[in-house]
Design a binder for this molecule. Sequence first.
Ligand SMILES: Cc1cc2nc3c(=O)[nH]c(=O)nc-3n(C[C@H](O)[C@H](O)[C@H](O)COP(=O)(O)O)c2cc1C
Length: 318
Amino acid sequence: MSELSLSLGPFQGITDAPFRNVFKRHFSGIDKFFTPFFTGIHKEEHAKNLQGEEIDPRCNDVETLTPQILSTDAEEILRFAKQCRQLGYKEINLNMGCPFPRVANKKRGCGLLPYPDNVEAMLDRVFEEIDIKFSIKCRLGYFNPEEIDAIIPVFNKFRLSELIIHPRIGKQLYKGEADVERFKAIIPLINAPLVYNGDIVSVESFERIRDLVQPVNQFMLGRGLLANPFLAEDICRDASNSSERIKRLHAYVLDLYEDRLRHAGGSPKVLGRMKELWSYLMNSFEEPQVVWRKIKKINALKEYEDAVETIFKEIAIK
Ligand SMILES: Cc1cc2nc3c(=O)[nH]c(=O)nc-3n(C[C@H](O)[C@H](O)[C@H](O)COP(=O)(O)O)c2cc1C
């Protein structure tokens, strides 16, 4: 069996470059990161969208970060691949999982899954020219979990560096449960190195899923790690004691806030991203709803700073 490897899934609006860098300074256990998806790679050289710190190799580790694109246009994917390769990246990832209707209804994201012929035509063209590793992240389908059956033979035609499957359908968005049994059933049908993603929220859920999906040994963590940043360390049996944990969690939250604030030139717009993180992180505490009530209505920096101090002083972590 291959060695256990854990990655962190991309989250638009949360896991940007400041998040990834601060996270890595404070926690271990994650071997690989993904950027939230890029779109609009219109130009052959130096697309505007690929100029910021989100992808700049001076702000990111090209060895462990895979840039992601949301597109159905093979030419755009090739432009993205070329520019990422020039920046030093080793792999790109195609998003075929985004479930939001304004994306999926245009046959983008998971909206492409019911159309295997379109996927094949797109990948035929991409693989004619691509000279960087290419992986795909997808769901079981958009409307139903059988859609994957017709897509697997298409994926098998190509040398994917990885196939990450989040076993929900698009219509579920992020609700209901990941269908681990369905994932298990398709394992033998897939040629590419397979990565499981979905509903890993604790060491127990990780172990249950890992036992079910053997021999798969690559896992992408998602909301579980946003809620509990110690999750990857816990899975790797590198757990720290609770007084140490509270100090480390506090330091991480402060560092991320200060880093975001520096990047935003002190603007209160950082509060949006911090609140989004807290909507998950509240679950690290014994009383998540009390935590959330203190955070959700805040719209001034000072109020936020005071609320965070109160939370760490008054509410125990799990
Ligand atoms: C707010 C939000 C933003 C997301 N953004 C992306 C994205 O940009 N690209 C992507 O592939 N997945 C994205 N995802 C999906 C997650 O990476 C992950 O696949 C999903 O949450 C399932 O894993 P989990 O059950 O462990 O959370 C997003 C999910 C949420 C809730």
